[in-house]
Design a binder for this molecule. Structure first.
Ligand SMILES: [Zn+2]
Length: 322
């Protein structure tokens, strides 16, 4: 028997979990209240162990539902994972929702982490009060999401809004998705660290054996290094050009930027705005907003998602996992 609740449960208690390549962030919410939150290392042994870790967390708390955000795509029914490139283990076809429901007897909803981030920023963060927004998350890679008419679009397999995989440099560097020259091969955190590393090597200064991060590039630009500023300026032009295409296509004029490498975006901002101005006759003035909710936005969005709609509570007859 499946018990379907009558509608959204804005006061519902939910565990929201955001699985990253390094850490799992979690938030326990009840309505508008955050009861607890925390971070733990992502188990390296693959999806079954990640599921067991989440089930343990849910057992320790009183929750009605579990929302899980992850950096990848889902099957069309949004119950299993397909491509999850940056977390250890074989995630292709893993029945994460069924496994977790079996372990916890709670309803479980999965979503892409960029869509979860967007849901949280739309409900509680910098996009509050806006209806039509493009979201971009800058981390190791670049994620994205689109909200139209006040709703974050998901589509088959939760794939709408992958701005990071729009072509920015035809024939350019290989991307984790299998293509070449995607925006994240130019402007993702890994790409920024690589270009800065090459730049230092060409100057003969090197990195003294330390692996460089995008923050090193941003720090150099802030301290006035002309090459670092030049790199962020030219990357910003590329970001602005791709964003301009997205805005032209959608007729949207608000962009929210977040993610761990968002400080690099701040340094690119004049170049991004310059590229957007070049398209102004079509897209009009563009409002660029910084995300407000910080590193727990994804977990928050995953939790909110479970309370925003009716949920089918799993019954024991449903809980067979192949
Ligand atoms: Zn790609």
């Amino acid at each position: 028997m499946v018990v379907t609740r009558g509608g959204p449960r804005p006061e519902g208690s939910a565990l929201g979990v955001d699985i990253g390549g390094t850490n799992i962030k979690w938030v326990h919410r009840a309505g508008t209240a955050v009861l607890a939150r925390g971070t733990l290392p992502t188990p390296a042994a693959g999806p079954a162990q990640v599921a067991a870790t989440i089930a343990e967390m849910a057992d320790e708390r009183t929750v009605e539902a579990i929302g899980v955000a992850l950096p990848g795509h889902l099957t069309r029914d949004l119950r299993s994972t397909t491509t999850v490139p940056n977390i250890d283990g074989d995630w292709q076809g893993f029945p994460l929702a069924d496994t977790l429901e079996h372990a916890t007897a709670k309803p479980v909803l999965l979503m892409n982490d960029a869509r979860a981030f967007a849901s949280a920023e739309l409900a509680l963060g910098s996009a509050r009060g806006h209806t039509d927004v493009v979201f971009m998350t800058m981390g190791t890679g670049i994620g994205g999401a689109i909200a139209l008419d006040g709703r974050v679009l998901r589509g088959p397999g939760d794939r709408i809004g992958e701005i990071g995989h729009m072509t920015a440099d035809p024939g350019g560097e290989p991307c984790g998705c299998g293509a070449r020259g995607c925006l994240e091969t130019v402007a993702g955190g890994r790409a920024l660290a690589a270009v800065w590393s090459r730049s230092l090597a060409s100057r003969g200064t090197g990195s003294q054996g330390r692996s460089l991060t995008p923050e090193d590039l941003v720090r150099a630009a802030r301290s006035g290094d002309a090459t670092a500023r030049g790199i962020l300026g030219s990357v910003g032009m590329v970001v602005g050009t791709v964003l301009g295409s997205v805005l032209a296509q959608l007729g949207v004029s608000t962009v929210v930027v977040g993610g761990g490498v968002a400080p690099a975006f701040d340094m690119m901002r004049p170049a991004v705005e310059s590229a957007l101005r070049d398209r102004r006759s079509l897209i009009g003035p563009v409002t660029l907003l910084a995300a407000e909710l910080g590193p727990y936005a994804g977990a928050t969005g995953a939790a909110l998602h479970t309370t925003a709609q009716p949920l089918a509570v799993p019954s024991t007859s449903q809980l067979s996992v192949n």
